[in-house]
Design a protein around this ligand. Structure first.
Ligand code: FES
Length: 155
């Protein structure tokens, strides 16, 4: 089993246990916490030993960054040239991060390209705001939720 999958299961167990008192939770999850810490212990080494290559997050202009909306790195740099400073503005400039993946594929690259293109520090550029729903949902699922809420109100 991969370390990431095991960690995800441990974190899920952690969340499930949040429904009990904090002291009980801490006592129950102490072994899980220790295993999680052990799983994560290698992360600094992996990050140091295998950093992404220089162009991974800021590729050349012809590389498509936002696959959902077919926006290239060059398009994002052109947006910066027209005054687009923050990642959230790229939505208005070119629908970046508005596709079905909701920016899962493009968000990190956009937040790396814009500071470089605007010659500003990353802290000034900021990141996309995370808003629910965190996973794409169908209209049918939303409609079913409304039906459920209506029946709850009637009770
Ligand atoms: S890749 Fe940009 S929204 Fe999906």
């Amino acid at each position: 089993m991969e370390i990431g999958a095991a960690s995800a299961r441990e974190e899920l167990d952690w969340v499930r246990r949040n429904k009990i008192s904090q002291s009980d939770r801490d006592a129950l999850t102490s072994p899980l916490q220790k295993r999680l810490e052990a799983d994560r212990a290698a992360r600094p080494f992996i990050n140091c030993a295998y950093p992404p290559y220089a162009g991974a997050l800021t590729p050349s202009d012809d590389i498509v960054i936002c696959r959902c909306e077919e926006v290239s790195a060059g398009d994002i740099r052109r947006m910066a040239g027209f005054g687009c400073i923050s990642p959230n503005q790229t939505k208005a400039f070119g629908r970046v991060r508005m596709g079905p993946s909701q920016g899962r594929y493009c968000g990190l690259s956009v937040t790396q390209i814009l500071p470089e293109a605007n010659k500003l520090p990353l802290q000034e550029i900021g990141c996309y705001r995370v808003r629910p729903p965190l996973k794409p949902v169908t209209l049918g699922e939303i409609a079913a939720l409304a039906k459920y809420e209506t029946s709850e109100v009637r009770k």
